[in-house]
Design a protein around this ligand. Structure first.
Ligand code: DER
Length: 238
């Protein structure tokens, strides 16, 4: 099975939690894309009705519009029944790293206000500790003096050998054009040489920095994680 087939299997499994009349958080990324498509398919087959989607990014908004899923927002629907989204990393306590697709702020707004948050991943996303994989831990920051903020973020995690890099479009020598989020902010990606210890402490320290908008650690938020692997699908409940 290809990685995309595994993503699709996890996504379809998650959509089994969807019932008619639900307000649904629609996730962002290559895995969540399959869940959005599946929801639209069931709506069009008449197997689901009266669904309202709350998209977690402009790209998911566009996909849902193109598929005919009725949409609204958190202002009109502050309580979301179920959110389905992917993740970049999942630890044994179902804590997540998200945001490598750049949508972490709107995702966290939607997913922190939902009754049930089902995460869909292929098995490659499972890790022992968040941030230890050497892959990016995204932090959304205001563009104003982003270098100052990046320097302070790096200093927070000096003993974890932290490197802080502005996310740019295309990788070229001149550093390229800064990636701009749906909310008009920049992303500073943090890279750690070893895991960052207590996640809640790290989260509080990051969020206390004026200039930081949000980070990609989703702690104690997932209620269920669906993992699709070569040997089958595993459902992990909190
Ligand atoms: O950027 C994001 O938050 C995405 O949801 C990411 O966490 C998962 O994207 P993927 O399903 O394409 O790997």
């Amino acid at each position: 099975l290809t990685q995309d087939e595994l993503k699709k299997i996890a996504a379809y499994k998650a959509v089994e939690y969807v019932e008619s009349n639900m307000v649904l958080g629609l996730g962002t990324g290559s895995t969540a894309k399959h869940a959005v498509a599946r929801i639209a398919e069931l709506l069009n087959q008449g197997k689901l009705h009266n669904i309202i989607g709350i998209p977690t990014s402009k790209i998911t908004y566009d996909q849902a519009v193109s598929l005919g899923i009725p949409l609204s927002d958190l202002d009109s629907h502050p309580i979301v029944d179920l959110a389905i989204d992917g993740a970049d990393e999942v630890d044994p306590f179902l804590n997540l790293v998200k945001g490598r697709g750049g949508s972490l702020l709107r995702e966290k707004m939607v997913e922190s206000s939902c009754r049930k948050f089902v995460v869909i991943v292929d098995e490659s996303k499972m890790v022992k500790h968040l941030g230890g994989s050497g892959l990016a831990m995204p932090v959304e920051v205001v563009p104003f003096c982003w270098k100052f903020t990046a320097m302070r973020l790096k200093a927070l995690f000096e003993d974890s050998g932290c490197v802080a890099k502005l996310r740019t479009l295309g990788e070229n020598e001149s550093g390229g054009v800064p990636y701009v989020t749906d909310n008009g902010n920049y992303i500073v990606d943090l890279y750690f040489k070893k895991d960052i210890g207590d996640l809640k402490v790290a989260s509080d320290e990051i969020l206390r920095l004026a200039g930081v908008v949000e980070h990609g650690m989703f702690i104690d938020m997932a209620t269920t994680v669906i993992v699709a692997g070569e040997l089958g699908v595993t459902v992990k409940d909190k």
